[in-house]
Write a protein that binds this ligand. Structure first.
Ligand code: SAM
Length: 287
């Protein structure tokens, strides 16, 4: 493995490719990648601690690629050249409380997106100590009409940290196995960003929350203006369904024209929500 990837990177991958979502310490990835050197493995985890630990374990394996980030943008924008043959998610956070339900990964929309990014007849295994969670993931998959499968208790051992933990506590391991059964529609809200140009500006913007329409929000956290008054930096978060863009927008002047764009050191994806944020900011700053 050469280095760790961003979720929106176009990683060149040799098929067949399998995916593990939330690899934690990387125990399972190490085991299957060692057993199957002819298969390429991609692991995605949003915790930097997990990525660091797993990288130490996996760095000598040539058929493994690690992605640091959320699986939603990865499936929307990353490694678009391939479709996955198998997908594993072992002991994902079940978020048992009702009010946290929307944080759970395997919603109907997530299954639709998975169907777009997987091969015909692909298998997805969702494994958990929580039967209610496995059942919830399974019901959501079936509700999309593009997956079929089964739910069962399993004696298969994956050798991960959380599996060890739950078995020690005397819990059982359950799985939902889903097989792709046709194509599904999932629209990725991608667009080519238009950079607003302004003839004049008002260097005033209040931190706060601004609705963007289409279920997206702009939250302005901090505004910094240069002493000369010719540059403004805006630290903001744009939330757009499951996507979070963490952006420093920069407003600057070139000749007689002002430009507003996301700075190069931000983590953002080129989507309709981000375009709405640019348009709203330019309408406020353009007076
Ligand atoms: C409970 S741990 C399980 C780790 C490992 N699979 C195991 O069995 O020990 C859940 C893992 O999923 C990762 N995770 C949770 N939500 C994620 C998301 N939306 N995208 C990527 N990784 C995620 C967490 O960072 C964490 O490492």
């Amino acid at each position: 493995m050469s280095r760790i990837h961003w979720p929106d990177e176009d990683i060149p991958l040799k098929e067949p490719v399998e995916l593990e979502i939330g690899f934690g310490r990387g125990d399972f990835l190490k085991r299957i990648a060692t057993l199957n050197p002819h298969i390429t493995y991609v692991g995605v985890d949003r915790s930097w601690g997990s990525v660091k630990r797993a990288y130490k374990r996996l760095k000598d394996l040539k058929n493994v690629h690690l992605v640091w980030g959320d699986v939603w943008p990865f499936l929307m924008f990353g490694a678009r050249g391939v479709k996955f043959h198998r997908v594993f998610s072992l002991f994902p956070d079940p978020w048992p409380k009702r009010k946290h339900r929307e944080r759970r990964m395997f919603s109907p929309d997530f299954w639709r997106l998975l169907a777009v990014r997987t091969k015909e007849d692909a298998h997805v295994s969702v494994v958990s100590d929580e039967m209610f969670f496995v059942r919830w993931a399974y019901d959501n998959a079936l509700s999309t009409g593009c997956w079929w499968g089964y739910v069962s208790e399993t004696n298969r051992r994956f050798g991960t940290k959380y599996e060890e933990k739950w078995l020690k506590e005397g819990k059982r391991v359950h799985q939902a196995v889903l097989i792709k059964d046709g194509e599904c529609d999932f629209r990725i809200p991608e667009t080519t960003l238009r950079i607003p140009k302004l003839k004049s500006v008002r260097m005033e913007l209040k931190p706060g929350d601004y609705p963007l329409g289409g279920g997206a929000y702009l939250s302005v956290k901090e505004v910094v203006v240069s002493r000369e008054g010719d540059r403004m930096l805006i630290r903001a978060v744009v939330s757009e369904g499951p996507l979070l863009h963490k952006v420093w927008f920069v407003l600057y002047r070139k000749g007689a024209t002002w430009y507003l764009k996301p700075s190069d050191f931000s983590r953002y994806f080129p989507t309709e929500g981000l375009q709405r944020a640019l348009d709203l900011l330019s309408s406020i700053l353009g007076g």
